[in-house]
Design a protein around this ligand. Structure first.
Ligand code: PLP
Length: 456
């Protein structure tokens, strides 16, 4: 490699790492504890060839991921009463992972299709999948789609789509600051910092009300520099379960458009929050309806249960089809050296379901069934705490939406529940309602009751 290119790459990688480390230690105490500063810095490797010691001897042990690490700890616990409420994956009443019936059917169709091949997909992915994904999030009547001004590329689930969007913006957009909610999904700050963007937070959650800090949100977005990128959870905000009302979304839209802020939607739970694909896309559609530009990352992990297939999409809504065409050409340049082209299987499953009205309808029924089970878990947990007379107001369990409840339990109370009751959850007090069942609710309610009674 040319020396100047090599040194440029090395220094830009170091810059990103140092920004990430600064960001993790400077902006959020909870994030700072996730990755120690030292574990982020590249550790010099020993240069002794042929010697006894490994050239990687100086590498530091990295900490477990704060969310996936919960499952690691859970798996090690031999207790028969253990419950994993850490990871955001749907479980049945029996506590089992679920493959949707409609997904099984689509896979059968794919297997039986004699013309199905395993050739490379184009850099942008399966064209049919991209079209159908854009329709799913923006609506079949979307003027942006009709006017051919949406550039959509297949991504590696939600995470990969966010990363491609982040790298594209870092390379081509004039304002490299992205505002993300405080708190947010733990991967967001890392994804965007390593994309080359500067991450800042806007206030989102009010611990006193366990609801939205709408005033703080508006104040922080008002003082963002013109053009700044703003990451918005389309619905079912993770980890808080707190979404703006439609009226509040409208105020956010007006403020953002008046300041020229660029919306970047993360849609990881379409259909999973309310049970309706259209209702859960309202926030995004509101911003597209005004004719302005935005980005949207979609994931099919939760709403189709395709977690491990890594299937998602990134759409960039532009002002004209000419711009969208050029944007797409640049997205290819971001993707090609990253993973060349995306996997074919998951996208084929999604396309098979979305283009067939019978399968599509069956999907919506199964999706609603998952959403309804989560909503019923909220009611059962609330009732169980009320029955026990657990001190405090627990109505937020009913009010919050989507996969998670942000309980308000502190890290000491969480540690107590893990130690004494074998209940596993992230230390910020977030529980995955999808991991609960009628059988485990009483055990969780006992644990919360004991934690609240014993620990402040
Ligand atoms: C808010 C949010 N965004 C994106 C994702 C991405 O998930 P995946 O990459 O599995 O689609 C998740 C998953 O938990 C999430 O909660």
């Amino acid at each position: 490699m040319d020396d100047t290119i090599a040194s440029h790459l090395a220094s830009s990688a170091e810059r990103r790492l140092s920004t990430l480390s600064h960001h993790l230690t400077g902006h959020s105490a909870s994030m700072a504890s996730e990755i120690p500063n030292s574990a982020l810095s590249p550790s010099a490797t020993a240069g002794s060839y042929g010697g006894a010691s490994s050239v990687f001897a100086n590498i530091l042990q990295a900490p477990d991921d704060s969310i996936l690490g919960v499952t690691v700890a859970y798996n090690k616990d031999p207790s028969p009463v253990k419950v994993n409420l850490g990871v955001g994956a749907y479980r049945t009443e029996e506590g089992k992972p679920l493959v949707l019936n409609v997904v099984r059917k689509a896979e059968q169709l794919l297997v039986n299709n004699p013309s199905g091949v395993k050739e490379y997909l184009p850099i942008t992915g399966l064209a049919e999948f991209n079209k159908l994904s854009a329709k799913l999030i923006f609506g079949s009547e979307s003027p942006a789609i009709r006017e051919n001004r949406v550039a959509t590329v297949q991504g590696l689930s939600g995470t990969g789509s966010l990363r491609v969007g982040g790298e594209f913006l870092a390379k081509h957009y004039f304002e490299r600051t992205i505002y993300i909610p405080q708190p947010t999904w733990g991967n967001h700050p890392k994804i965007f910092t390593l994309s080359g963007l500067a991450v800042k937070y806007y206030r989102y959650y009010d611990p006193a009300t366990r609801g939205l800090n709408f005033h703080g949100l508006l104040e922080d977005l008002s003082s963002a520099p013109p053009g700044a990128i703003v990451l918005l959870h389309a619905c079912a905000h993770n980890p808080t379960g707190v979404d703006p009302t439609l009226e509040q979304w409208e105020q956010i839209r007006q403020l953002m458009r008046s300041k020229g802020l660029l919306p970047f939607f993360d849609s990881a739970y379409q259909g999973f929050a309310s049970g309706s694909l259209d209702v859960d896309a309202q926030s995004v559609r509101m911003f597209v309806a005004d004719g302005g530009e935005c980005l949207a990352a979609q994931s099919y992990a939760k709403n189709m249960g395709l977690y491990g297939e890594r299937v998602g999409a990134l759409s960039i809504v532009c002002k004209s089809s000419d711009v969208a065409g050029r944007v797409e050409s640049q997205l290819k340049l971001v993707i090609r050296p990253m993973y060349s082209n995306p996997p074919i299987h998951g996208a084929s499953i999604v396309a098979t379901i979305l283009k067939n009205s019978e399968l599509y309808n069956e999907w919506t029924v199964e999706l609603k069934m998952m959403a309804d089970r989560i909503i019923s878990m909220r009611r059962q947990l609330f009732d169980a705490l009320s029955k026990r007379g657990t001190p405090g107001d627990w109505s937020h369990i009913l009010k919050q939406i989507g996969m998670f409840t942000f309980t308000g339990l502190n890290s000491d109370q969480v540690a107590f529940m893990t130690k004494e009751f074998h209940i596993y959850m992230t230390s910020d007090g977030r529980i995955s309602m999808a991991g609960l069942s009628s059988r485990t609710v009483p055990h969780l309610a006992d644990a919360i009751h004991a934690a609240v009674a014993r620990i402040n």
